[in-house]
Unconditional design. Structure first.
Length: 116
């Protein structure tokens, strides 16, 4: 079984929706990192001299490769990532992995069987 790392960098306010979408499509866990986003290509917005930077969430999913594509497509559609300033999602193949529980592997296998 091959695994991928699915990373979604999104506005913090979209975090719950993104997790719900991923879970619906077969994800069983997620790591959440808090971040700040700043566009380097645009003029910075200020409010009384303070620079406004957007709060973002970085969602990291380790999922079976087929599921990663399915989840990313759903995130793109449901979060409207093609619109400006909505976020970005990408997949990185995992060469080796340790620490994945047997029940997670079995769930991945069941999800794949449903697809066939």
């Amino acid at each position: 079984m091959r695994f991928s790392l699915l990373v979604a960098i999104i506005d913090e306010e979209l975090e719950d929706k993104a997790i719900d979408v991923a879970e619906e499509k077969g994800a069983v866990n997620v790591s959440i990192l808090n971040a700040r986003g700043l566009s380097l290509s645009e003029e910075k917005k200020t409010f009384f001299g303070f620079t406004l930077e957007g709060a973002q969430s970085i969602l990291v999913f380790v999922v079976e490769r087929t599921l990663s594509i399915k989840i990313m497509k759903a995130l793109n559609k449901e979060l409207e990532l093609e619109k400006p300033d909505r976020g970005v999602a990408f997949i990185i193949p995992i060469e080796h992995i340790a620490g994945v529980e047997l029940k997670e592997l079995l769930k991945f296998q069941e999800e794949i069987k449903k697809e066939l």
